[in-house]
Design a binder for this molecule. Structure first.
Ligand code: D9A
Length: 416
């Protein structure tokens, strides 16, 4: 907590969000009367910290279905990611995972010892038990998406098949992320929270996944390379280096930065769709659930833009305070549009005029501004309010006040 506050010292609204977050009641949900459900949410909280809270805030009707969807996909992803499992073993698991989720008692102990979500697969019987209790309509959606995703993963895991063209890049991201968007949209429409149109707009649902996945792939260049996974399309990196791993060489510093801008620009291509999708979502808990990952993605993209560190450091993340602040603010389309405008402006301000994508990125940022001003005029007032909290230099007194409050909280929790 203390270090998170320090990191956000020049962002008073983040300090405030952190303090509020820390003060919020901890045991919001009590699963102690249902041991299986308690175990399920334990696994959810283990796999993803901030996103787990967002899932738990969903309305009861969707909460378990989406929690299980998330855990099932996480299980599948853990097998796909694991480079210690040989392909002859891995591919059949990927292709049949949609059947495995109906097999009571199934568990998996072949994950490598360093696999982060190893334990989820070791206790996967808990996930299966939960899945089998869901309404059949949700089971069908989850199994169908799992089947299509597993087969797509199996294709790209096959020896000799790589992400070469930008079309491959879109296809790979469709399998691992776009399909998640499609499945969730089907659930939103099936339960009646959202209009049937949401499920119909598969293009927009796909973009919701692609924007998240492309941001992650851009961020994870070094980590993926270390594990010999390559998701940056050759059609892009091939313009800047002979081999993808050559980008990290100091003599290729400038080319690497240009390649990074190209990847950032490619990801930005989905933002228009993301805003259009979010505009359709009316249920407040669904809206926050959908909006929070997207605003975190544009904040991450802003952090990546022109940042050579992605070629030298793994695990580049936005500040904890920034995450908590984004989670608090993302509750209406006007506020989300304001957040997108804020980061689009930051991205544009950082751009290097000598970069070959300077104009492209400038146009993409300008389009975000144009769409938001045209369609979400309320975002202008929200943007002014957000900026008042971001402009640290002009609000020293707010910083001081916030730090004093935070100090009091820290003392309180020490002596409580
Ligand atoms: C999502 Cl059910 C994901 N993925 C995410 C998380 O958001 C999407 C995996 C399973 C599910 C949902 C998501 C959320 C809301 C609406 C969506 C949607 O579509 C309409 O998916 C497109 O990243 C994984 C894929 C991108 C592969 C789909 C957000 C999440 N955040 C992580 C942060 C991180 O850095 O991984 O998981 C976290 O908080 O741990």
């Amino acid at each position: 907590m203390a270090s998170a506050i320090l990191a956000s010292l020049f962002h008073p609204s983040e300090v405030l969000a952190l303090v509020q977050y820390k003060l919020a009641p901890k045991t919001k949900y009590d699963y102690s009367n249902d041991k299986a459900r308690e175990r399920l949410y334990h696994h959810l909280n283990m796999t993803s910290r901030s996103f787990a809270a967002v899932i738990q805030d969903l309305d009861e009707e969707l909460k378990d279905a989406i929690c299980l969807f998330y855990l099932i996909l996480r299980g599948l992803d853990t097998i796909e990611d694991d480079m210690t499992i040989d392909l002859e073993t891995k591919i059949p698991y990927l292709k049949t995972f949609h059947e495995i989720i109906y097999q009571k008692g199934w568990t998996f102990t072949k994950s490598g010892p360093n696999e982060k979500d190893r334990q989820l697969l070791v206790e996967f019987d808990v996930v299966i038990e939960g899945f089998l209790k869901l309404k059949p309509a949700y089971q069908t959606i989850i199994a169908d998406i799992t089947k299509r995703m597993g087969n797509g993963m199996a294709h790209y895991a096959t020896a000799g098949i790589h992400v070469n063209t930008t079309a491959d890049y879109d296809e790979y991201c469709y399998y691992v992320a776009g399909l998640v968007g499609l499945g969730l949209s089907e659930m939103f429409s099936a339960c009646g929270f959202e209009s049937p149109l949401v499920a119909k707009r598969k293009d927009l649902s796909n973009s919701m996944g692609l924007f998240l996945q492309k941001t992650n792939i851009t961020r994870d260049y070094l980590e993926d390379l270390r594990d010999n996974r390559r998701f940056w399309p050759k059609e892009i990196w091939g313009l800047y280096a002979e081999k993808m791993e050559d980008l990290v060489k100091p003599e290729n510093h400038d080319k690497a930065k240009q390649c990074l801008s190209h990847m950032v620009w490619n990801a930005m291509g989905h933002i228009k769709d993301v805003l259009e999708y979010l505009e359709m979502i009316k249920n407040p808990s669904c809206f926050k659930f959908c909006a929070i990952p997207q605003v975190m993605a544009i904040a991450t993209l802003n952090m990546l833009h022109t940042n050579y560190k992605i070629f030298t450091h793994e695990n580049i993340k936005i500040r904890k305070g920034e995450t908590v602040w984004l989670m608090k603010e993302s509750d209406s389309i006007n506020k989300v549009a304001a957040i997108f405008r804020l980061y689009a402006r930051e991205i544009n301000n950082k751009s290097d005029p000598l970069d070959p994508h300077f104009v492209n990125i400038g146009v993409a940022c300008g389009e975000i501004e144009q769409i938001c001003v045209g369609k979400y005029p309320g975002s202008t007032a929200e943007l002014a309010r957000l900026q008042a909290g971001v402009m640290a230099g002009t609000s020293g007194s707010v910083i001081t006040a916030a730090v004093v409050v935070a100090g009091a909280v820290a003392l309180k929790s020490t002596f409580a």
